[in-house]
Design a protein around this ligand. Structure first.
Ligand SMILES: [Zn+2]
Length: 260
């Protein structure tokens, strides 16, 4: 009998038949994997409380031919209070969806595990600016997965003063002299450039100290979203549509009508 005892984060949890739930887990030892939580849809199930979004737990998994089965679990940290605010919920879901889309099965990603755990913690803590936190999450997961955007100087001549420009295919920034003439480029304000450099090297515990102007956040968001599509082919991210909807609605509400 193949058993795996591992810390895991619940990236996705969906109903499977009348009784069970199908989970996408980010495990410490084996990275992303799918697991059935038998009976977890039943209120009296011992597994029910630990198979929701925003859970970090110790899971005992049985490895079957195509899927794992959850035998036991012990909740380590329950971030479910993230769901009390619909904006926090939308950001937390987006982080989990991005991790699930970008990670390959069968590889271990302890740095992504720590990143997601830390960013869920910041959502709960509510001290960090959510948009800055989202850009931090995007830039850092890209960097961990080998798509480190080159921000610190011009890709061609090494100029560090800027102002800088980026285009979809470059993977980094150019100064005004070296910007490719034949391709569409987008300007980065100096503040946005400084924000990007800072986020790429920041200790996660310091994210709550970072504030940014709306223009900087918008420019960096345009960059990361285009960069994600161009370099990782992340495809349609439901979390982004949900985030846009939530950010366009007024005020911070409870997550009443959030999608499963
Ligand atoms: Zn240059």
């Amino acid at each position: 009998m193949k058993l795996l005892n591992t810390r895991a984060l619940v990236l996705r949890s969906q109903p499977l038949g009348e009784r069970d739930r199908l989970l996408s887990l980010l495990t410490w030892e084996r990275g992303k994997l799918s697991a059935v939580a038998p009976g977890a849809r039943k209120i009296k199930s011992k597994l029910a409380a630990g198979v929701d979004y925003f859970t970090c737990g110790s899971f005992l998994l049985h490895q079957g031919k195509s899927l794992y089965t959850v035998n036991q679990l012990e909740i380590e940290t329950n971030f479910s209070r993230i769901g009390e605010n619909i904006k926090d919920y939308a950001y937390g879901m987006y982080f989990a969806e991005l991790a699930e889309k970008l990670l390959e099965e069968g590889e271990s990603y302890p740095d992504v595990f720590d990143l997601l755990l830390s960013c869920w913690g910041h959502l709960l803590d509510k001290k960090a600016d959510r948009d800055v936190l989202a850009r931090f999450f995007e830039l850092r997961i890209l960097s961990i997965l080998g798509y480190h955007p080159h921000f610190q100087d011009c890709l061609y001549c090494g100029d560090q003063l800027g102002p800088f420009f980026w285009n979809y295919s470059s993977g980094g920034v150019f100064c005004g002299k070296c910007r490719p003439g034949e391709e569409v480029v987008f300007p980065f304000s100096r503040g946005t450039h400084a924000l990007a450099v800072r986020l790429l090297s920041l200790f996660p515990g310091k994210i709550a100290n970072i504030r940014a102007a709306d223009l900087q956040k918008k420019e960096l968001q345009d960059f990361t979203w285009h960069f994600l599509q161009y370099w990782t082919a992340a495809g349609h991210l439901k979390g982004l549509s949900f985030l846009a909807k939530v950010n366009n609605s007024e005020g911070d509400k409870k997550a009443g009508n959030a999608p499963e």
